[in-house]
Design a protein around this ligand. Structure first.
Ligand SMILES: Cc1cc2nc3c(=O)[nH]c(=O)nc-3n(C[C@H](O)[C@H](O)[C@H](O)COP(=O)(O)OP(=O)(O)OC[C@H]3O[C@@H](n4cnc5c(N)ncnc54)[C@H](O)[C@@H]3O)c2cc1C
Ligand code: SF4
Ligand code: SF4
Ligand code: SF4
Length: 507
């Protein structure tokens, strides 16, 4: 079975116009062959390969897509086996020391180490380092966590961890209903709604792809920190993540002005992207037939974009529809932080290539929490004695939950009074500002009618600055407005502190 399987995979991989992976040039052919052979034993590769006919019949991935994923997976697994080989008989090592040891691009070493840990091959050892610091004449002790990695002991019948389908995430109460697993699943076995997740066990081939990409399965904090901490063009705050620059902006477009939530920066950026042919379509959210119930939507016309503006505080499983964007070469995706993390994770794992290569720009919103649709109805009834049809706008500002009525009246209650209506899963979320997006936008930090904007990637920064140059957005530095970046960091820090840890042992 082994040799046959191995041969067939390579025959298929030739189809994806493989030009030879230069990453492996520095390894001698014997160790590379051995690593590739071991890699072909991987459970995900086998499960996928054996289900090839069913996957192609399902139609989500065509034969080229299928072998592209398999090729990526085989390369990534080969890299992992080379790393495992290099770690044999070594003491616990820092990530930087492992990077020095292995002739692979440093970013590949970083994400593969974390993946190998999840597969059970290596152990993470966390040590505390205490340093004394003089602050205003007082001596303070600062604790830094140091992460080291060592191979596990293979002598006692070691077995690679199999990744379970994501029902494990949902059944444990950790699923945030982003919908990403459903788009990725090659057999369309997963149905995600705003409050449910179901897996068709007859279709599921236990490939574990859904688990690899799920933002709630295993943590990628160490990947994120290690990947960006050496990038000199980035600033870092442990409360709002890595970023290049930050601004406060508002749109100058009157159409957007009428429908926007805060500064209309999100819709203005989306308009800029479509108008300048930088993307072909956008994944956003509009009202469904049920008022205030969000419905994910693919938009390729500017006039339809205006229907998506404004915040709907009920959660939307927007990433469900990413697989329907295949007809477009380049898309932008708008979503809350958990969705941005899902897309980032899916571009790294399991194959270090994105499942949908057409995602060009990710616009992440700030998000303290979201509500189930039923709880939005309850909240409006209980706290304001109103129906959803009475409401024209909902907003969270200066610690208050605010509703604007059709009558023109504005009502507000303290945010802490509505917190019990928030979804329980949001209590496991530590990201306020969409750390994993290209561009993050929220209201905290800016004056009413303006949006705070955090630019994280080079592409994100260029798009925003070009939209400002075009006159579509007015912009000031976030450090030059009140309350500004200070408040974004403060609330970001509060969310990190309040976040409950995910504990799989409690399942
Ligand atoms: C659930 C939720 C909670 C939020 N909590 C905070 C907060 O605590 N603090 C803060 O500063 N900002 C928060 N925001 C962001 C804020 O409400 C605005 O979306 C942001 O300031 C952008 O304003 P804008 O005028 O530029 O956006 P607009 O130009 O009005 O565009 C809004 C965009 O948001 C998208 N959208 C609307 N509802 C959803 C949804 N449910 N899921 C995914 N996308 C959606 C739309 O598709 C549209 O593209 C939250 C947003 C959401 C969706
Ligand atoms: S990918 Fe998203 S929808 Fe799927 S299990 Fe994970 S959190 Fe839930
Ligand atoms: S549900 Fe998950 S494990 Fe099952 S086939 Fe789909 S992606 Fe694979
Ligand atoms: S609080 Fe976190 S989990 Fe909840 S909707 Fe916002 S980003 Fe997603």
């Amino acid at each position: 079975m082994g040799r046959d399987f191995y041969k067939k995979i390579f025959q298929g991989i030739i189809m994806v116009e493989k030009t030879g992976n230069k990453i492996f040039n520095k390894f001698n052919s014997a160790s590379l062959m051995q690593a590739t052979y071991l890699a072909s034993e991987n459970f995900q590769l086998r499960a996928l390969f054996e289900a090839k006919d069913d996957i192609l019949n399902n139609g989500k991935y065509n034969e080229i897509n299928f072998y592209r994923i398999l090729d990526g997976l085989l390369d990534a697994e080969t890299e992992r086996k080379l790393i495992i080989d290099a770690l044999k008989n070594k003491d616990p090592l820092l990530m930087e020391e492992i990077i020095e040891l292995i002739d692979l691009p440093y970013e590949n070493v970083i994400y593969n180490i974390i993946y190998i840990k999840e597969q059970g091959f290596i152990k993470e050892i966390v040590e505390e380092e205490k340093t004394k610091k003089e602050v205003n004449g007082e001596t303070k002790v600062e604790t830094t966590l140091i992460y080291k990695y060592i191979l596990n002991n293979f002598s006692n019948g070691f077995k690679e961890n199999f990744f379970e389908p994501v029902s494990i995430v949902f059944d444990s109460g950790y699923c945030c209903n982003c919908g990403w697993c459903s788009s990725v699943c090659p057999l369309d076995a997963i149905k995600v709604s705003s409050d449910n997740l179901e897996i068709d066990q007859d279709l599921c081939i236990k490939c574990g792809l859904c688990y690899s990409v799920c933002p709630r399965s295993f943590s990628i904090d160490q990947v994120y920190n290690n990947l960006y901490q050496t990038n000199k063009s980035l600033q870092f705050s442990n409360k709002i993540g890595f970023y290049r620059s930050s601004y406060s902006g508002h749109t100058t477009n009157e159409n957007i002005e009428e429908v926007k939530q805060d500064g209309g920066v999100v819709t203005a950026l989306l308009e800029y992207l479509l108008a300048n042919n930088l993307v072909d379509a956008i994944v956003a959210v509009q009202h469904s037939e049920d008022l205030w119930k969000p419905e994910p939507v693919i938009v390729d016309e500017i006039s339809d974009l205006y229907k998506t503006a404004g915040t709907k505080y009920a959660n939307s499983p927007s990433l469900n529809i990413i697989d329907q964007t295949k007809i477009y070469d380049r898309i932008a995706v708008v979503g809350v932080p958990c969705m941005m993390k899902a897309l980032f994770k899916g571009a790294l794992f399991p194959a270090s290539i994105p499942f949908f290569t057409n995602i060009k720009i990710k616009i992440g919103l700030f998000c303290m929490e979201s509500f189930s649709y039923d709880n939005i109805i309850n909240l409006v009834k209980d706290k304001f004695e109103k129906e959803l049809s009475d409401i024209v706008k909902m907003n969270i500002d200066k610690g208050k939950f605010i509703v604007n009525l059709t009558s023109g009246e504005e009502l507000k209650v303290p945010l802490k009074e509505v917190q019990s209506y928030a979804r329980d899963t949001c209590h496991y979320c530590d990201d306020l500002t969409s750390d994993f997006a290209d561009i993050s936008v929220g209201s905290i930090g800016s004056q009413a009618g303006w949006s705070s904007v955090i630019l994280r990637s080079e592409e994100g920064e260029k798009i925003y600055m070009d939209a400002v140059k075009s006159g579509l957005i007015k912009s000031k530095k976030l450090t030059e407005v009140k309350p500004g970046k200070f408040l974004v960091e403060k609330i970001g820090g509060i969310k990190r502190k309040k976040c409950k840890p995910i504990r799989w042992k409690e399942i």
